[in-house]
Design a protein around this ligand. Structure first.
Ligand SMILES: C[S@@+](CC[C@H](N)C(=O)[O-])C[C@H]1O[C@@H](n2cnc3c(N)ncnc32)[C@H](O)[C@@H]1O
Length: 347
């Protein structure tokens, strides 16, 4: 293995670097607090597809997790305070049983680092490998764990899974009439009823003026109480004021699910390639324009291609020289395929 930078390219202020080497050592060479987004997929436990080098060849799940988490500490060191980390992991069946390795990893990270797990985003593979098992269903999902160092992590919700805003339907004259009846038939006190009618007037006005798409109202004693921690604010308002109003903006709901087929690359035998489309979504969501993306297990270079197409810089590290060369070629091809106007848009 020849360590070091094997590809380095600048396009105006954006830069792309493929580093061949062990992440554990190479990460120490990167400047602290220099990266906006780490997005990666460590080698799976005992898959052995990447040869005997590197991670994944440990004897036990515990040793494997320890190695991944040791490198995770070095990853966290290079992250800006506003930065985000996304780790995608696959599971392993041992003695007929799933090990829940990705979740063991996430719990270990939460126990050992002072950061938060913002989302467990599920990638639904719309074309899983079609072998049928007689006594097991086909696994067709993988988690992408989104961690952030602090509360002020960069986030561009609007840029994620962009879709057209729903057109508001024309509000009818009867808008809110049903809720008025429910307020009157409820056991709220007179002052609570007055407050509920006033809030209803305001939200109906917002709908008529096109500020929001629609709304729902929940009234104490009429509607079932909200469950779960994330519904805590609504529950509190119902208890305190007798009602709560949920304002619906018409923006498509941004769910923690990405459906996308598994990809393979013509002429490239890397066994675990990220779908570039999924990585592009996550880069738009979690990395500012012109920011720096890092993939410490670069593989075939999908993260770098996605970063390039989204106008972000990228550093990638992989222990396999062959994969580094493949990644470099993919990046060169992607650069070559970009038309001049597309390039101008990026920069
Ligand atoms: C799951 S693959 C990444 C695939 C990548 N996301 C893609 O789209 O092609 C994991 C990669 O980690 C690399 N690897 C294993 N141990 C490593 C280490 N200690 N340092 C850097 N890379 C390592 C393997 O060579 C492999 O390419």
């Amino acid at each position: 293995m020849n360590n070091g930078i094997i590809y380095s390219h600048r396009v105006r202020e954006l830069e792309y670097q493929v580093i061949c080497g062990d992440s554990d050592a190479e990460l120490c060479m990167l400047a602290p607090r220099s990266v906006d987004l780490v997005i990666t997929s460590p080698p799976y436990f005992q898959q052995r597809e990447y040869g005997s080098e590197g991670l994944g060849n440990e004897e036990t799940v515990e040793q494997y997790l320890e190695s991944i988490v040791t490198t995770f500490a070095k990853v966290a060191r290079v992250l800006k305070p506003t930065g985000n980390i996304v780790y995608n992991m696959g599971d392993k069946i041992i003695d007929g049983s799933l090990q829940l390795i990705p979740y063991q990893f996430a719990l270990k990270v939460l126990a050992e680092f002072n950061l938060r797990l913002v989302n467990d985003i599920t990638w639904v593979k719309s074309n899983p490998t079609p072998h049928q098992f007689s006594r097991r269903l086909i696994s067709s999902t993988e988690p992408f764990f989104h961690f952030a160092l602090g509360r002020d992590y960069y986030y561009n919700r609007k840029a994620f899974q962009r879709a057209d805003r729903k057109r508001p339907s024309k509000p009818t004259k009867k808008l809110g009439a049903k809720y008025r009846e429910l307020i009157e038939s409820s056991s709220l006190s007179q002052s609570e009823k007055d407050g509920a009618h006033r809030a209803l007037d305001e939200v109906i006005d917002d709908v008529r003026k096109g500020r929001i798409h629609s709304f729902r109202m929940k009234i104490r004693g009429i509607h079932a109480p909200a469950y779960g921690g994330q519904e805590g604010g609504r529950k509190m308002r119902i208890e305190r004021y007798g009602f709560t109003i949920i304002r619906i903006t018409g923006e498509p709901l941004k769910r923690d699910v990405i459906e996308n087929p598994v990809e393979s690359l013509p002429g490239n035998d890397h066994p675990a390639v990220f779908p570039v489309k999924v990585i592009r979504e996550l880069i738009r969501l979690l990395c500012p324009e012109g920011g720096m993306v890092l993939d410490p297990y670069l593989g075939s270079g999908s993260t770098m291609v996605a970063a390039l197409l989204e106008g972000r810089s990228c550093v990638g590290i992989d222990i396999s020289r062959d994969y580094c060369i493949d990644a470099q070629e993919r990046v060169r091809d992607a650069l070559g395929e970009l038309s001049v106007p597309a390039m101008e848009r990026l920069l």
